[in-house]
Ligand binder design. Sequence first.
Ligand code: ADP
Length: 293
Amino acid sequence: CLGSVVMDHTFHVQEVVQPPSKNRATSYALGAGGLAANASIAVSRLGGNCIFWGRVGDDLNGTPLLEALAAQGVDVSHCRRAPNARTPVSAVLVDPVGERSIFAYRGDNLGTDPAWLPLHLLDKAQAFLCDPRWPEGSAAALDYARARGIPTVIDGEKSETRLLLDLIPRVDHAVFSQPGLGNYAPGLKPADALRKAIADGCKVAAVTRGEKGTLWMTAEDQTPRVTPAFRVMATNTTGAGDVFHGAYALAVAEGQPIDRVMRFASAAGALRARDGATPDRAMLEQLLRDQPG
Ligand code: ADP
């Protein structure tokens, strides 16, 4: 998994009433956030082996972040520390129904040179998950993986149109958030935007839509399909999309059929939204049994 990590400072807010001074924080937690951190932890907790490639600043947030990932079984030995740079941090406010507002400080530029990426590590990978926030590294790693037939998955999140247009044709599985799909194909209806990704060379294109479930299609059969969301009581939806992506990449690595990949990832996202924590494999398998498709 290649991508960005953030130190999340999460506050659960009891009431959301204007003016904001009436808000009451009922709990506070510090933890690893950002797509690559959440997705890597999901892979590891769901029983996969995950190497995370990324960069942190050489500061007080960087070390605990890598330690938090390592404590969950993620291999961080290939990460880089950028000297004299600050790690991105964010404040996450979670309201009583689990929806969140995020105030992010993106940190310093941690460098963009992909030359340090130990691409040969991909030779043994069963799947590669890529966060598009680091364009040069993503393009180099996606091309390397594709040339070797290693399945690639991208989180088409809120990145710029230009970046998505460059990266989407390089991947097998384009899994968008709703804003990401809008940026990739402005003005197109979701099913048409997914068709565009297929025409650009993806084997599978999907968009996650929270409680409305996942809309997806394959290159063989360009029929839009919906995998419904699992019914859960959401308490904190932060990271649901990231955990969805981690579980998705693991299911691809395990060679699961595509409809099962969608259900597996949806169950992981739902449990994350329900618990505000990443599920383990037994919890996920239980939900798949409890709510059969
Ligand atoms: P993001 O976090 O990127 O905005 P989504 O909100 O679409 O992404 O969530 C990703 C996936 O997690 C959804 O497709 C769905 O499967 C699951 N999920 C998220 N929120 C809920 C919810 N409230 N109930 C059930 N499943 C959810």
